[in-house]
Design a protein around this ligand. Structure first.
Ligand SMILES: NC(=O)c1ccc[n+]([C@@H]2O[C@H](COP(=O)([O-])OP(=O)(O)OC[C@H]3O[C@@H](n4cnc5c(N)ncnc54)[C@H](O)[C@@H]3O)[C@@H](O)[C@H]2O)c1
Length: 395
């Protein structure tokens, strides 16, 4: 089994095709017109050239990888592919219609994988009448760079198909986390409090945007602070994912969308792509664009003691009381969400840690952190934070 058919030569399809051909597989890349597939081929060629320049690939390797890539516009050309992965528009009816058209050309045991971020693998498998061989294979953007692939079993997916897809992703150099078919799978679900608690602290006025981002980077070792990251992702994309996951999970208060973030979207301040979001990304550099009335974080002695105990165990770095409060509140919210997810059977604690380290570049997984900090210190902090909020979200 060494030929993959990829439907959709957009951002994700082209990236995944590159991963497959550099991983030694043949890739048949299908899109609706010849210009799109030609452009995708050219962009893959440029990225491989850059790898050659950087010494990460030799000329022969690049030529061999490009020779394994076949751009096509006719679904009949997918015949002979053992695995077909779709990466087209995020719409269940469209995906099902396109896949139904492709199935007629494939062998009866060909695996159908979807790169969906938010749709149900189970529903897609049922819609195309081959639920036992339909599976989620969720790459992250940019696919050639981010190591994680979430492999998602639908309710009726054959376990052998799940194993097979996991081993293919590993053969392509990826790190796999297995997830249940739940909204947001692992990363897009468990990571939400990282952004949301940051927006809520900003709404509370307990810290400025740059103080929040700096606290997470300096104390936590995160590569990017939560707010600058939402500007990069796009406020519209980030808040749409939050709202969709929150609705589908029956509206847990910890994942409640942020009014401040949704207002940014309503005002058209979508982040870097519009030049302004939480920050103003002007020619003079990046400055804070969202300024709210400033307050001191709660000074209740029991809360301060719980924050300090948590921070002492979590990191050797030190900051001021405000930074400690920000870091502790965001990190414990992330740990709590990870624990909820594990308890609900979304994934094992090891797979949740893997997913967040390789899908979002977090320095540690939430369970690694909670083991280091200790459950008592986490629980004590959650109890103190909960007594300071009206929505019970830290319960
Ligand atoms: N962009 C991301 O960050 C990201 C990350 C993970 C998963 N995803 C998921 O991957 C999928 C694709 O996203 P994208 O960002 O690459 O989209 P995109 O818009 O960049 O590309 C989609 C491509 O599919 C093609 N297409 C549409 N209908 C087709 C058809 N009938 N046959 C063949 N090709 C067809 C389009 O022409 C387009 O080139 C979506 O399900 C998305 O949710 C996206």
């Amino acid at each position: 089994m060494t030929a993959v058919g990829i439907i959709g030569a957009g951002t994700m399809g082209a990236g995944i095709a590159q991963v497959a051909v550099t991983g030694g597989w043949d890739a048949v890349l299908l899109d609706v017109d010849a210009e799109i597939v030609a452009n995708a081929r050219a962009s893959i060629g440029k990225r491989l050239d850059r790898m050659v320049e950087k010494g990460r690939l030799d000329d022969a390797g690049r030529d061999a990888a490009m020779a394994r890539l076949r751009p096509v516009t006719d679904a009949a050309d997918l015949a002979g592919c053992d695995l077909v992965l779709e990466a087209i528009v995020e719409d269940l009816d469209v995906k099902a219609k396109v896949l139904r058209g492709v199935l007629a050309h494939l062998a009866d045991d060909a695996i159908i994988a979807t790169n969906t971020s938010s749709l149900s693998v189970t529903k897609l498998g049922d819609a195309i009448d081959v639920p036992h061989r339909t599976v989620g294979m969720h790459f992250f953007n940019p696919a050639p760079l981010l190591k994680l692939v979430e492999v998602i079993a639908g309710e009726r997916t054959d376990p052998a198909v799940v194993d097979r897809v996991a081993s293919i992703a590993e053969a392509w150099g990826k790190t796999v986390a297995r997830a249940a078919d739940v909204p947001g799978f692992i990363v897009n679900h468990v990571a939400r409090p990282y952004y949301l608690e940051a927006f809520r602290i900003l709404e509370d006025g307990y810290a400025s945007a740059s103080e929040i981002d700096d606290a997470m980077k300096r104390l936590g070792g995160f590569r990017m602070g939560p707010l600058e990251l939402t500007d990069l992702i796009g406020q519209d994309v980030n808040t749409a994912t939050t709202r969709s996951v929150w609705e589908q999970l029956d509206r847990p208060p910890l994942l409640h969308p942020s009014a401040l973030q949704e207002q940014l979207v309503a005002d058209g301040h979508l982040g870097r792509k519009t030049g302004r979001g939480v920050y103003d990304h002007g020619a003079d550099g990046t400055v804070e664009a969202l300024v709210v009335e400033r307050h001191d974080p709660p000074s209740d002695p029991a809360l301060v003691a719980a924050v300090e105990a948590f921070v002492t165990e979590a990191t050797a770095e030190r900051g001021d009381g405000r930074a400690h409060y920000v870091f502790a509140r965001i990190l414990v919210a992330l740990i709590a969400q990870a624990a909820h997810a594990e308890r609900r059977g979304v994934a094992t604690s090891a797979d949740i840690d893997t997913a967040l380290k390789y899908g979002t570049n977090y320095p540690n997984g939430p369970f690694e952190w909670s083991r280091r900090i200790g459950t008592d210190a986490c629980d004590a902090l959650l109890a103190q934070l909960n007594s300071n909020v009206s929505d019970d979200r830290f319960k």
